[in-house]
Design a protein around this ligand. Structure first.
Ligand SMILES: C[S@@+](CC[C@H](N)C(=O)[O-])C[C@H]1O[C@@H](n2cnc3c(N)ncnc32)[C@H](O)[C@@H]1O
Length: 391
């Protein structure tokens, strides 16, 4: 009989992986255990999360698993409805009309649906760049877009494996920030960073280091908003700053539009949120144990929008606004986009569309939990959809 392991409780509540999935997960475990052994038995949680999601050919986003939509693990806004991309396209059009260079760079394009929706709505060939860490997803995006778009439009899409040396235009990213690896921190008298080890059977939590950058940052937040209680577990994302700096270095005039779920800092680091915001998805079940099902489940953390804004401003951007997804989409003519004449006779299609609008905009669905932040460099723009009501 095998010994009881704390992870068994989480696993008991999740669907059982197939034999093929178990074999894949074993390869991911082997890969990460090797990294742990090379570093004397412990790696930072951020490194663990990076391997889990992006290890070449193995990580959750890099291997050939079906992730998005009903057959996958979770549903993102472009998978919910084409109205999402069409509304975002309206925002892009407004920026182009005010002098933004007619060019889009999409980070983390997932299945490719957002790109499809934007290009279909804009309805003209446009330079469209896609930068995704996952080679597998790049192939899927190419297959979808080649099939659905005219040759002239498809021909202007360029897949990149790093930021171009210079880019002016619009940068977009839906649910990209939440997929960036975070550092995990716990307060026990002092703040310490958590790492991951291997106990011979499963991954397990270990202390990592005491004086890293993540510890410094959480201490500043604790001093400003706390004191946070003993035992408090949370995350810091150290990727925002280098990411914005890299975009700033490559651009002269640029607008960045990022959609994601998260909070402003006071809400993120609320005393009651004492278990942090790590969220794992496996076959549409959500839980917070990032140590189970390595390589088979998505692992994310909510976005700290104040930290995003600080990182962007330090890198030379101005904040164009932070609003709820519902507000942003409705201001960008979501309801007009939904008014497809050809649906007049088709009651089922109308009901379906009504449900899509609800999912994108209702407060207890994606409407309030998801937010849109706009950041601008060297452009003077009037973007009402990024201004909160009444401002
Ligand atoms: C949750 S998925 C969202 C996919 C898609 N945007 C959607 O809404 O369906 C996260 C995506 O971000 C990509 N990603 C994460 N960090 C990235 C980075 N630093 N650069 C480019 N892509 C990244 C992943 O490969 C993945 O495609």
């Amino acid at each position: 009989m095998s010994s009881y392991h704390p992870q068994d409780q989480t696993l008991a509540q999740l669907p059982s992986p197939s034999a093929e999935e178990i074999a894949h997960s074993s390869r991911v475990i082997e890969y990460i255990v090797d990294k742990i052994q090379q570093q004397n038995g412990v790696i930072a949680f951020s490194e663990y999360m990076n391997h889990l999601l992006y290890a070449p050919g193995l990580g959750y986003y890099s291997a050939g698993l079906s992730k998005f939509g009903k057959q996958g693990d979770f549903v993102t806004a472009p998978e919910v409805s084409p109205l999402f991309g069409r509304s975002l396209a309206n925002q892009c059009q407004q920026i182009f009309e005010q002098g933004g260079a007619p060019r889009i760079l999409e980070f983390g394009a997932g299945s490719g649906k957002l790109c499809l929706q934007i290009l279909e709505k804009l309805n003209r060939p446009l330079d469209y760049y896609i930068l995704d860490l996952s080679a597998d997803l790049q192939q899927r995006q190419q297959a979808l877009l080649r099939e659905k778009l005219s040759f002239e439009v498809f021909d202007r899409i360029v897949w990149l494996d790093k930021l171009p040396q210079s880019f002016d235009g619009i940068v977009i990213g839906n649910e990209v920030l939440d997929a960036m690896p975070v550092s995990l921190l716990k307060k026990t008298e002092q703040w310490r960073e958590l790492g991951v080890g291997f106990d011979g059977e499963c991954f397990c939590w270990r202390d990592y280091a005491d004086d890293g950058e993540a510890v410094k940052q959480i201490q500043i937040i604790d001093d400003a908003l706390g004191p946070l209680p003993e035992g408090y577990l949370t995350e810091i994302n150290l990727n925002y700053r280098p990411w914005f700096q890299a975009i700033a270095d490559a651009s002269n005039q640029v607008v960045i539009l990022l959609v994601d779920y998260g909070y402003e800092q006071a809400e993120y680091y609320r005393a009651e949120r004492s278990r942090g915001t790590l969220l794992c998805h496996y076959h549409h079940r959500a839980h917070d144990d990032a140590l189970v099902l390595p390589g088979l489940q998505d692992v994310t953390a909510s976005v700290d929008f104040d930290a995003v804004a600080d990182a962007a401003v330090t890198s030379g951007f101005k904040i164009a606004g932070l609003v709820s997804q519902a507000h942003f989409l409705l201001q960008n003519d979501l309801l007009k986009e939904a008014d497809f004449g050809y649906l007049d006779e088709d009651t089922f299609a109308q009901l379906d569309l009504a449900q899509q609008i609800k999912t994108l905009t209702l407060p207890d669905e994606m409407g309030e939990r998801f937010k849109v932040i706009g950041l601008v460099k060297n452009l003077d723009l009037d973007l009402p959809a990024l201004q909160p009501r009444g401002s």
